[in-house]
Design a binder for this molecule. Sequence first.
Ligand code: PXG
Length: 443
Amino acid sequence: MNAQAKPLPDTDALWMPFTANRQFKAAPRFLVGASGMYYTTHDGRRVLDGTSGLWCVNAGHCRTEIAEAIARQSRELDYAPGFQMGHPMAFEAASRVARIMPPGLDRIFFTNSGSESADTALKIALAYHRARGEGQRHRFIGRERGYHGVGFGGISVGGIGGNRKTFSANLMPGVDHLPHTLNIAEAGFSRGQPQWGAHLADDLERIVALHDASTIAGVIVEPLAGSTGVLVPPQGYLERLRAICSRHGLLLIFDEVITAFGRLGAATASEYFGVKPDIITLAKGINNASVPLGAVAVNRPIYDTVINAANPDSIELFHGYTYSAHPLAAAATVAALDIYQRDGLFERARSLSGQFEQAAHALRGAPHVRDIRNLGLVAGIELESREGRPGSRGYEVFLRCLERGVLVRYTADILALSPPLIVEPAQIEQMFATVGEALKAIP
Ligand code: PXG
């Protein structure tokens, strides 16, 4: 690609999301093209995508079948209202998603993002309890360091201080948080699920005792927490959460916006861990991030309860979006799920996960490395923070890797790698070797 041919845009008007705007605009970095495992930068360099965009392009970039499905759909039916009218692709996409969810979680509500999926899941949980005559179950339990997007519901159950503090007086009432599960002293450098930490789930019993189960609607956690810096659930932890929720009638919601669609080597983290929640939130990989789309998968009893509580000619759930199951997003979903299945990408992720783990943990002992965590095709590398300048080291490693042709993600001083599931073994080696070189190059 001839880079000089692309004039650079004026950067003033765009308020960039989750970005240090002044820092970025002082030295902008543009991605102008993508194909398979690679991005192309504005100055014509190829960059290996170590992060699947933002944990979402699981089948690799610019897949022809998806592009064609979107183009075909946009010519045939560009938009159709989803309220009181239907279009076939919406139902087809829902059926296809339902088919790969854990058995029983086969009722699908479409949103446009992971944030909307989180808020939708909370609303469905409240609607369910109300429909059963237990409307007093209004509380939610989230977890420290949890990320459930940026809606008011999501930041209320979420546990990332920076996302909450500005809005703290306006958060949803009635929310408590479980402790997060990271403990480097006890479980540093664990390969896969740490052995230490299942007991942290027992804190849920303490919270239930405090409020009484009859006031609690549900518990929401990421089965593996991604954006906070890759926290892998301790062995037995999710099982304990499940058991405590079942004992007290709390709905268990897994936020699988990152973990679903193959990231751990199975269609869902639920399938991977063998723990079945009542509700799963989805987005990102659902259609390879080609058109914005999220979804909430709920179990049949929840759907039936909410639906059957209303009069037959009444709207049952006063919730939905103009673009719920937008035809283009729905068509892209069917095409993406076809690719995942045809190319066996979930199995591919599983078969690569051993090499990925080896390559990640080979960085143990490299400069600044405090911990390494991994599962499936996800790795987190936590660095020692510089005195008084947290985040600066993560940022510098990110820049060095980019210069050396690999895109990694950093959250403060934690690096995250989560490549497309089409990644080749040599590319896995390249990614981690590049991180290793960057670590040696910075103070
Ligand atoms: N839940 C989870 C578990 C997520 O990871 C969301 C909800 C929100 O999705 P939307 O589509 O509203 O952004 C997410 C999003 C990162 C990073 O660098 C992670 C996300 C988004 C942006 C960056 O780790 N996750």
